[in-house]
Design a protein. Sequence first.
Length: 146
Amino acid sequence: MDEIKFKSLVNRRTTKINKRAEKFNQPPISKEIIEILFRTSIDTGLKCSYCGEKMELFASKGDFRMAISIDHIIPFTSGGKNTEDNMRVCCTRCNLVKSIMPDKDFIFILNAFEKEHGKDKMISWLDQLFNGMLANKIDRLKNEEY
């Protein structure tokens, strides 16, 4: 593994998490905690904690849906804290689709969908939701005033 690239990834993710945390008056999380979470995920096979698919540590900008990400189990909007015990490593796709939903609700939906339609259809469904939500997010960013 390229340690310089890895440290850069940890720094970028930590900065992104802490910018969002600041908006909700949450204390910052340290780079060391994010690094520990990422290294633990690497040691256990880089599996998304929601969909179970293999994540990419260094995803391309063109296809980042399976990039490693950090999700707040209880979202800030529901009173969640910016602490290690409220974080879970997942793919960017699941993180975006889950949005502000509590993790237990998202897990319930994924399990029910997979049980009813199978794993392949669940993954296809997640991809469709991700594409739609990403398009909406891009539109929102374009319309924001600077």
